[in-house]
Design a protein around this ligand. Structure first.
Ligand SMILES: [Zn+2]
Length: 69
C-alpha cells in the first residue's frame, strides 16, 4: 500500500508538471521582513500589506515570464 505522503508528493509533482507554464512564481519562505520593501513583519508573514504583496507578485511574474521566454 502506497504511503499517503508518497501519493501527495506524486500529485504535487503531477500538478507542477502540468501547470508549470502558467503557475505564479513560488514565493520564498517568510523571513520576518517584507519581501517587497524590507519592513519588519510578524513571523509567518512575507509582506507588510497587500500593496507590497501585489507589487512583489507583479514584478516576480514579469521576471518569471522573462526567464521562461
Ligand atoms: Zn512592504
Amino acid at each position: 500500500m502506497a504511503d499517503l505522503a508518497d501519493l501527495a508528493q506524486a500529485e504535487q509533482e503531477r500538478l507542477a508538471a502540468t501547470s508549470a507554464p502558467y503557475r505564479k512564481p513560488a514565493a520564498p519562505a517568510a523571513t520576518e521582513f517584507c519581501l517587497n520593501c524590507g519592513a519588519p513583519v510578524p513571523a509567518g508573514k512575507r509582506w507588510c500589506g497587500v500593496e507590497c504583496r501585489d507589487d512583489w507578485e507583479y514584478r516576480e511574474t514579469l521576471r518569471y515570464k522573462q526567464l521562461g521566454g
